[in-house]
Ligand binder design. Structure first.
Ligand code: GUN
Length: 289
């Protein structure tokens, strides 16, 4: 058996088309949604992400505002910038790229973002709303992962879902979304005992640990659906490098029912969901939803 590939690239492209159509509709009504992205410092990976976010925002017909602060910027300077964006009527979404330099307290920064403009869904108000199933902005990577799962089947009630990784960005919100889908959810982490045995119970396995190919083929239940959130760069024999996920893809593919590739799985969904969240924030702020 060879698992079906979940084509995140194609599904993200469809989502971007749908978002662009909504933007065109809003623009006709005199509303041009705007996304502000803030980058502190020069982390190369973060720079690449921020660039892609800006490009795709403009391609969707929205306004993009890029703000860059030096690596030694103070927390006060960043908070002042956020205060300005909170009050700027042209800005519907605010994203502060993580990680932040050590002198800045990320939690204080995330709490300073107006929850209605928090398109990352990291503000405690949105975290609480998602957890209680009372609306709220859903973080982009878990949202994208859920949309990929829904491309495979539409009802997950009663299934065993195992999430490897407990981050605030992926693991915890993913657990809330899958609980909302009536799965029985297990969240594993570095201190979990017998990880392979826990993974083997999973009808749905979400890997978000950031360790290249940690999850092996023997850890996978036959017929499982696998969402691989990992994006790890590993060296190759010829002195170059390649991207791999947290799942040993070639092994897992022989056992699973469906699996996301890396690259081309979850990655492209994240920015597409950011665009969707920005349009949604623009609508909600104007009472249009
Ligand atoms: N860094 C890695 N992933 C993310 C994300 O989803 N949002 C932000 N703001 N920073 C990140």
């Amino acid at each position: 058996m060879s698992a079906r590939l979940i084509d995140g690239k194609a599904i993200a492209a469809e989502l971007r088309v749908a978002v662009a159509a909504e933007v065109a509709d809003l623009t006709k009504r005199g509303i041009k949604p705007g996304l502000a992205v803030v980058l502190v410092g020069e982390d190369p990976a973060s720079r690449v992400y921020v660039r892609s976010k800006a490009t795709q925002t403009v391609e969707a017909g929205m306004e993009s505002f890029e703000h860059r602060l030096p690596a030694d910027a103070s927390e006060a300077a960043l908070l002042a910038l956020i205060e300005g964006l909170n009050g700027d009527p042209a800005v519907d979404g605010i994203l502060v790229q993580l990680p932040l330099p050590a002198q800045i307290n990320a939690n204080r920064v995330l709490r300073a973002i107006n929850p209605s403009k928090d398109v990352d869904g990291f503000h405690p108000i949105n975290v609480g709303r998602v957890a209680t199933g009372t609306g709220g902005i859903v973080p982009c990577t878990p949202l994208g992962s859920l949309l990929l799962l829904k491309s495979v089947r539409d009802n997950f009630a009663g299934l065993d879902a195992v999430i490897v990784g407990r981050s605030n960005i992926v693991g915890k919100p993913m657990a809330q979304l899958l609980l909302g889908e009536s799965c029985t959810v297990t969240v594993c982490h570095s201190r979990s005992r017998d990880l392979p045995a826990i993974c083997r119970r999973a009808d749905i396995l979400v890997a978000a640990v950031g360790r290249p190919e940690m999850i092996r083929g023997e850890w996978i239940k036959p017929g499982a659906i696998i969402i691989d959130v990992g994006i790890n760069r590993v060296p190759t024999a010829d002195g170059k490098s390649r991207l791999v996920g947290d799942v040993a893809f070639d092994e897992a593919r022989k056992v699973a029912n469906a699996i996301t590739p890396v690259p081309g799985g979850v990655g492209p969904m994240t920015i597409a969901c950011l665009l969707r969240n920005t349009v949604e924030a623009a609508r909600q702020r104007r009472g249009l939803t």
